[in-house]
Design a protein around this ligand. Structure first.
Ligand SMILES: *[C@@H]1O[C@H](CO)[C@@H](O)[C@H](O)[C@H]1NC(C)=O
Ligand SMILES: *[C@@H]1O[C@H](CO)[C@@H](O)[C@H](O)[C@H]1NC(C)=O
Ligand SMILES: *[C@@H]1O[C@H](CO)[C@@H](O)[C@H](O)[C@H]1NC(C)=O
Ligand SMILES: *[C@@H]1O[C@H](CO)[C@@H](O)[C@H](O)[C@H]1NC(C)=O
Ligand SMILES: *[C@@H]1O[C@H](CO)[C@@H](O)[C@H](O)[C@H]1NC(C)=O
Ligand SMILES: *[C@@H]1O[C@H](CO)[C@@H](O)[C@H](O)[C@H]1NC(C)=O
Length: 232
């Protein structure tokens, strides 16, 4: 191997290590900043700047092979406050965010869309109230969106979510809730909402639908015959 070649390899290795270090430091800072904003965070005692070297073993944090945060899984952890201080732009490798059954309110920060690899988002059983930022539609890898039992009423525009649970919220008009373009929805729950119109026509556009729950609304009018050919 030539001397020049070896130098190139060493430089590449050095750059990789540097990037990994910067990524980790950014993730650590972002998580600690969010923790500090929570009014209740007893469950997150391992999350601290002085414990940065243990990031991949912090409560609820799962890393990928490069040591970058891949999953944040904190169900039923009495997290209280908002997500406003969680800077999603710091988590380029996040694939799952599951923070269901907590006491979080308001809504996702608008830069959620920077989570370009996110496949699973579970916010169910909190009290999110504000309309979803339209940037959620730019989560091009999102497969599973769980929003069950919040106080949501907003508009959703999803490219690709296969499982989509919007049960037990305050949806009134399904037409304005989901975009006409939900091509690959397989599981769709809109039960326990406040829908009073006719059967939401956009559902017939979900070409891959196999599970549909519209129970406990006040829908009226006929169920389109076409639906029977879909749900089988
Ligand atoms: C650092 O994190 C590890 C892994 O979660 C934990 O066992 C340890 O108690 C933490 N240390 C401090 C000082 O919080
Ligand atoms: C949530 O946590 C509490 C206390 O740890 C526990 O008693 C309860 O069963 C948990 N609820 C669920 C739905 O897991
Ligand atoms: C993302 O949003 C958070 C919280 O609103 C904010 O602190 C942060 O600066 C934003 N980051 C970018 C890159 O826009
Ligand atoms: C959810 O938030 C709304 C608006 O702030 C409030 O009226 C409602 O009582 C809250 N619900 C729960 C279950 O905390
Ligand atoms: C929804 O959340 C509220 C407030 O946490 C809780 O009291 C209620 O039992 C939940 N409802 C369902 C259907 O899960
Ligand atoms: C169904 O899809 C077609 C073609 O994309 C579109 O023109 C129509 O508006 C959609 N219908 C509903 C009810 O969303």
């Amino acid at each position: 191997m030539s001397k020049l070649h070896t130098q190139h390899l060493l430089l590449l290795l050095f750059l990789r290590l540097l990037i990994k270090k910067i990524t980790t430091a950014t993730e650590v800072k972002a998580l600690v900043k969010w923790k500090t904003s929570l009014t209740s965070s007893e469950s997150l005692s391992s999350w601290s700047l002085s414990n940065a070297t243990n990031l991949c073993h912090w409560t609820g944090v799962i890393c990928d092979a490069t040591g970058s945060v891949a999953k944040i899984i904190l169900p039923n952890s009495t997290l209280t406050s908002t997500l406003n201080e969680l800077d999603f732009a710091s988590f380029a490798n996040l694939i799952q965010l599951k923070i269901h059954l907590n006491l979080l309110v308001e809504m996702l920060p608008s830069n959620t869309s920077t989570l370009s690899k996110l496949t699973h988002l579970d916010l169910s059983g909190n009290n999110f109230t504000q309309p979803f930022p339209s940037s959620i539609g730019r989560l091009s890898e999102l497969q599973d969106l769980q929003l069950y039992n919040n106080s949501l009423s907003g508009l959703l525009n999803l490219q690709k979510a296969c499982r989509f649970d919007f049960g037990s919220n305050y949806l009134e008009s399904p037409e304005s809730t989901a975009s006409a373009n939900m091509p690959v929805v397989i599981f769709l729950a809109l039960n326990l909402n406040k829908m009073t119109s006719e059967f939401p026509p956009f559902i017939l556009n979900c070409s891959t639908l196999t599970h549909l729950d519209l129970s406990q609304n006040q829908l009226n009018g006929p169920i389109p015959a076409l639906l029977a050919t879909k749900l089988n």
